[in-house]
Design a protein around this ligand. Structure first.
Ligand code: NAI
Length: 398
């Protein structure tokens, strides 16, 4: 049978990935979101999808189908999720009954704990499947005409990915590299726990939001304009970010101590992540704050705000909190609790953010809120001990 890839989602990234893969492979676009698949199919009609790549070349292709029918998973060699992470669980669940053994399921970006979510959603079936977590999306991209045309603005040179089970790494990454083409170069990361704890968005987004709009710095009054997000990081926000990243580092060191042979080298500090990913684009790398303030890639990016009577109020339900807290920070916090590492600043941010996004996650300093199952906290997936955590992560204590 033809090599078949499912591209899941319907936003910028999913349309771009579908257009790219369909040039060479049988590609089926799948969206379970509302009536998005039918709308996309109608928008494209009999025409080719047009993808403009850096340099201006236009690639034309036609997806084999655009559908909301999960049974197409039975045909899939590779399933790629290119949707915001809060939607991953629904795809895992709906595909599970149909997937054939050996299917590679990749998430880009993975955020945190996607491997464990995958294993818990698939149950017994998970042992025959291969999960791959990518640290980010390789493209900066936008659709230009919804469902019909899209543009890749830039492609990353390198991207980290980890495979569960680890034994399938070479095979899975080889196939995924073939799909993506020569760029980005997929770099092998030792395990998905490292990808989960590396997740820079879980620190940057909630940390900068707290620093600007949290109870310690904001009077609740509207602003005359939306503040700059990265360039506007001040000493107070930087202190919050440093404390959060240090707390996650403490979790990493303790995990390495408890699990012999566990390599979390890719779960670096936030500053190191900037040095790795934005080398040459920051005019001052003397501190984390200056890395963020002087990063050309972030020029002019503002806080998510809503205009009210000519003034600006923060959008505290934006995905910087609504996505990055549940599928990022909650994972790290949950693991910290399991292995007994105190995380006072992360706690402060989670407690504030849960009010903003209308979830109950922490109660009296513990991960026991009623909405934990809407997060990637291990506790929300029924995991409360290190042994169970390692089992569901398919990491064996060497
Ligand atoms: P997007 O915002 O365009 O994705 C929207 C899609 O998500 C919708 O079309 C739908 O398929 C799905 N969706 C939205 N709400 C849903 C819901 N309630 N239930 C189920 N599905 C729902 O996002 P985009 O740009 O495609 O990005 C995908 C991921 O890649 C995000 O996590 C984003 O942060 C990340 N990313 C995107 C970059 C870009 O240049 N577009 C760059 C770097 C990362």
């Amino acid at each position: 049978a033809d090599f078949t890839v499912l591209c899941c989602g319907g936003g910028n990234a999913a349309q771009v990935a579908t257009g790219l893969f369909a040039v060479r492979y049988k590609t089926i676009a799948v969206s379970f979101y509302s009536d998005e698949a039918a709308k996309w199919k109608a928008a494209l009609g009999e025409d080719d999808f047009e993808l403009t790549i850096p340099g201006g070349k236009v690639m034309k292709s036609k997806p084999h189908d655009i559908t909301n029918d999960p049974s197409v998973a039975a045909q899939a060699d590779v399933i790629l999720l290119v949707v915001p992470s809060f939607a991953h669980g629904e795809y895992f669940e709906k595909f599970a009954p149909y997937m054939k053994p050996g299917t590679i399921v990749a998430t880009m970006p993975a955020r945190s704990g996607g491997d464990i979510l995958f294993n818990t959603k698939l149950g017994d079936k998970a042992k025959d499947m291969i999960f791959c977590g990518f640290e980010t999306l390789p493209w900066a991209c936008r659709f230009t005409e919804w469902g019909r045309k899209a543009t890749i603005l830039g492609t990353k040179n390198n991207i980290l990915a980890a495979v569960t089970p680890i034994s399938a790494t070479k095979m899975a990454l080889g196939k995924l590299q073939g799909l993506l083409g020569v760029n980005p170069w997929i770099q092998e990361s030792p395990n998905n726990l490292g990808i989960s704890l590396r997740n820079p968005g879980m620190i940057v987004h909630p940390g900068v939001m707290y620093g600007r709009w949290g109870p310690e710095s904001w009077d609740g009054k509207p602003k005359s304009e939306s503040p700059l997000f990265y360039q506007g990081v001040d000493e107070f926000s930087a202190k919050i970010l440093m404390e959060m990243t240090d707390e996650v580092q403490a979790v990493c060191r303790e995990a390495e101590k408890l699990v012999a042979g566990l390599d979390l080298k890719d779960a670096c500090t936030l500053k190191q992540w900037y040095l790795d990913c934005y080398d040459g684009q920051m005019s001052d790398t003397s501190s984390l704050m200056r890395c963020m303030n002087t990063n050309a890639a972030y020029d002019g990016l503002k806080h998510p705000c809503k205009e009210v009577d000519g003034a600006f109020m923060p959008d505290l339900n934006y995905r910087y909190l609504a996505e990055d807290v549940p599928t990022g920070l909650c994972f790290a916090k949950g693991l910290a609790e399991i292995i007994g590492i105190p995380t006072p600043t992360v706690d402060k941010v989670v407690v504030w953010a849960q009010g903003c996004i209308g979830l109950e996650i922490m109660v009296d300093g513990k991960m026991t809120g009623k909405d934990l199952d809407k997060t990637r906290a291990p506790q929300g997936m029924g995991i409360t001990t290190l042994a169970e955590f390692l089992k569901q992560s398919k990491i064996s204590a060497a």
